[in-house]
Write a protein that binds this ligand. Structure first.
Ligand code: PLP
Length: 383
């Protein structure tokens, strides 16, 4: 039977029958399992091999969610990203990325890849098809994000896929900000989807975890890389991720709706200079996001007319959101990317990317939408 996302979140990948009749997959906190080599086909089970019942259940569920052939969970979003990239790139290869990339990914490229002899270059997300100007004869892979942080820009991903396929370049996307509810990259031909499950997929701000979803061949190579580098997810964290995932659809739909309402409110407020939310018709990515996505996510950012001073005052006066980095949890969060996710960039680099000191990023949680709007209205009224 062909079932929908909501049903798959609950039932896909679950062991049938349940282990000793358990409705949930219990935590298998055992580093190794009995093995006497009686069957050559049987692989030794060991936590680092990502093959405990806890790993198997969530990997099967993740693969179904994004219509992949297979999936892999990892110790963090960065473990997923580094495992995936190191599986497809070798010394002398070139990786092409979009310029507005999560700061941690940029650090990985700058601090590790360069010294390993893996070259990389960035294309300008604001220029149409700029990947064509930056591709190199040795470009082996392209890495992008489904929603760019922190200005929430969305690339014309179908054009990018067509270009990459014409050059036999592997495409990888960090789909953390959109989540599988709003976007399933493999459906448009992207080869590898990556997640920081720390964010929406787990949704409760209590673990770090990552995921890779792709075809059998690539996941098999990435599984080996993960085993070699040791970036596995502990079974207890697997259990929490499994529990969090089951409510992803209801959480994400509320967050989509609430962020849409908050973005619309902010865009009419006289103190607000600009709102970045791909669900607003005024956003440069509105048309492309509307074609690709089933929802626009719970992430938005905005700038006030009063710049940095006003942003600081806003953060002091707003009550419901917690001032903290990260995103995708049940609680709303506000942060200034210039001080957090993009603090490692020079002021000039931030300026070039349009990340001003006064930019405020919001991760909309599961609070009542009207309460949030009133809280923002109140804080803005105090400036
Ligand atoms: N990708 C994106 C878009 C992120 O925002 C983050 C973390 O903030 C990561 C990847 C890294 O995830 P983790 O912190 O789980 O390693």
């Amino acid at each position: 039977m062909n079932t929908q996302l909501e049903t798959n979140l609950i039932h896909a990948g679950e062991p049938k029958p349940g282990i000793m009749g358990a409705v949930n997959v219990p935590i298998f906190q055992s580093a190794m399992y009995e093995f006497s080599g009686e069957s050559k086909d049987e692989f030794v089970r060991y936590i680092r091999y990502n093959n405990t019942p806890n790993h198997k259940a969530i990997e099967a569920k993740l693969a179904v969610l994004e219509n992949g052939e297979d999936a892999l969970v990892a110790a963090s979003g960065m473990a997923a990203i580094s495992t995936a990239l190191l599986s497809v790139l070798s010394k002398g290869d070139h990786l092409l990325v979009q310029d507005r990339l999560y700061g941690g990914t940029l650090s990985l490229l700058n601090m590790q890849f360069e010294r390993m002899g893996i070259q990389f270059g960035a294309f300008d997300s604001q220029l149409n098809d700029d990947w064509e100007n930056n591709v190199q004869p040795n470009t082996r892979a392209i890495l992008v994000e489904s929603i760019g942080n922190p200005l929430m820009d969305v690339l014309d991903l179908k054009r990018l896929v067509a270009f990459a396929k014409s050059k036999q370049i592997i495409t990888l996307i960090d789909n953390t900000f959109a989540s599988p509810i709003n976007f399933r990259p493999l459906e448009i031909g992207i080869d590898v989807s990556l997640h920081s499950c720390t964010k929406y997929i787990n949704g409760h701000s209590d673990i770090v975890a990552g995921a890779i979803i792709s075809n059998m061949e690539l996941i098999s190579a990435m599984r080996q890389t993960l085993i070699n580098f040791g970036g596995t997810l502990d079974p207890h964290a697997c259990y929490l991720l499994h529990r969090g995932m089951k409510t992803l659809a209801v959480r994400m739909r509320h967050q989509n709706e609430s962020a849409g309402k908050l973005a619309a409110f902010l865009s009419t407020h006289p103190a607000v200079r600009i709102v970045n939310y791909p669900g607003l018709p005024s956003h440069p990515s509105f048309n492309v996001a509307s074609k690709l996505f089933d929802g626009y996510s719970g992430m938005l950012s905005f700038e006030l007319h009063g710049g940095e001073t006003a942003a600081k005052a806003f953060m002091q006066h707003v009550n419901i959101p917690i001032i903290a980095p990260s995103l995708g949890g049940v609680e709303s969060l506000v942060t200034r990317p210039a001080l957090t996710s993009h603090s490692r960039l020079s002021a000039e680099a931030r300026e070039r990317l349009g990340i001003t000191a006064g930019l405020v990023r919001v991760s909309v949680g599961l609070e009542n939408s009207d309460d949030l709007i009133h809280d923002f209205e109140n804080a803005l009224g105090k400036m």
